[in-house]
Design a protein around this ligand. Structure first.
Ligand code: MG
Ligand code: ZN
Length: 388
């Protein structure tokens, strides 16, 4: 996205010598980075006290900010001058992210807990710790006759989207994960990962199979799909992941989310859509605050598209959460006027701190409180009434 500009003003790395010396607080700082965001947007207030909602949701739009803790959200809020779409989801909770095997989860176990409602071993996708496949909320929604979709900014075979579609004991089995897309019934999926469908060791061409046997249309850009708004649409825009949002990503998450909603909303039985801000996590791993800010903002604009639809539809529950926090991010200082954020990362990896859950729409009050990540699944399937 060329329009997203950022300036890195400074980068200071200080060695952590005596982490517990009370008299020397500066030693606690591992890495301080300042980003300044200049391309402001004013979020439209789609949800107001006058917005009318049904009693139960017919549709769910489920956002996962990979690696998005409270500090990541607040950094983006500060960068955008103190406002963002996410603040319209004013029913809040906390999710504990520990996996079955580890205090600090990876995105496979974290995704599986959210998608399937069961804690599992790190690296496992859609399976219990003893390697039994467990159905995801997307699969339950599909079985209940709803339309379903997945929209991400990485390969659609990456851990988070895979948790909703596939069942494998190792997240790195990308080609095996891709082979769960045929016969999944999924109505729309948008992201990267074409090569896992077409350049496979087993010689199968899943694009050809899904086109010929199931009537899917595959595109390599959102623009070339602009006149196609029917179910069974796939956009695989890159061989693997999308590039960084500040470089030439073909389209924004807001555009792909809008496309998915336009298709899914046609289903009379309602829909389930998972949207992932996939690369917030990578900004955390890289300890680059401008990357974190730009990726959260990319997702926030997609939240805006969901809110716009939900406000007029009245039967759509929107839930936003994360699989885990990444980077041990803290905000030391900020400036709403300039959008500057002074950030400190304490880790290059995921952390165990609980992550926020934000909800709005029918059933949103169910997400208030403090609970395990698996209960996000419990609450969504209960609201959609899709469990067997
Ligand atoms: Mg992910
Ligand atoms: Zn990560």
């Amino acid at each position: 996205m060329k329009s997203l500009k950022h300036t890195t003003l400074g980068l200071v790395a200080l060695a952590c010598t005596s982490a517990f010396a009370q008299e020397n607080y500066k030693d606690l700082i591992n890495k301080v980075e300042i980003s300044e965001y200049s391309d402001r947007y004013t979020p439209v207030q789609y949800i107001t006290p006058a917005t009318k909602f049904s009693k139960k949701p017919k549709n769910v739009i489920f956002f996962i900010g990979d690696g998005m803790g409270q500090a990541q959200v607040y950094a983006a809020l500060t960068a955008n001058g103190g406002q963002m779409y996410m603040s319209q989801l004013n029913l809040c909770g906390y999710s504990q992210t520990q996996s079955w095997s580890d205090y600090v989860t990876d995105s496979a176990a974290g995704g599986t807990a959210l998608a399937c409602g069961q804690k599992t071993r790190n690296y496992m996708v859609g399976m219990s710790p003893d390697s039994v496949a467990i159905p995801s909320m997307l699969e339950l929604a599909e079985k209940a006759g709803k339309a379903t979709g997945v929209v991400v900014t990485v390969a659609v075979t990456h851990a988070t989207p895979a948790s909703f579609v596939a069942h494998v004991n190792d997240r790195h089995k990308y080609e095996e994960i891709a082979s769960f897309y045929p016969n999944s019934g999924i109505d729309v999926f948008i992201g990267g990962g074409m090569k896992h469908f077409t350049e496979r060791k087993d010689g199968r061409n899943l694009v050809k199979e899904m086109t010929e046997k199931e009537g899917y249309r595959f595109y390599e850009d959102l623009n070339s799909a602009k006149n196609d708004n029917k179910s069974k649409l796939a956009v695989l825009a890159y061989p693997e992941h999308m590039p960084d949002v500040t470089s030439d990503r073909k389209f924004s998450l807001a555009e792909s989310t809008k496309k998915a909603i336009d298709i899914l909303r046609q289903d009379k039985n309602g829909f389930f859509l998972m949207v992932e801000g996939s690369q917030i996590d990578w900004g955390g791993h890289h300890n680059v605050i401008s990357e974190v800010v730009n990726e959260v903002i990319d997702m926030d604009k997609a939240v805006g598209e969901a809110l716009k639809f939900a406000a007029e539809d009245g039967e759509t529950l929107i839930v936003i959460t994360a699989d885990h926090e990444t980077g041990g991010l803290s905000i030391i200082n900020g400036d709403y006027k300039t959008g500057a954020v002074k950030a400190n990362f304490s880790s290059g990896n995921h952390t165990g701190i609980m992550v926020p859950v934000y909800a709005v729409g029918p059933g949103a009050e169910e997400f208030h409180g403090w609970y395990q990540n698996t209960e996000v699944f419990d609450r969504i399937v209960k609201q959609l009434n899709i469990k067997k």
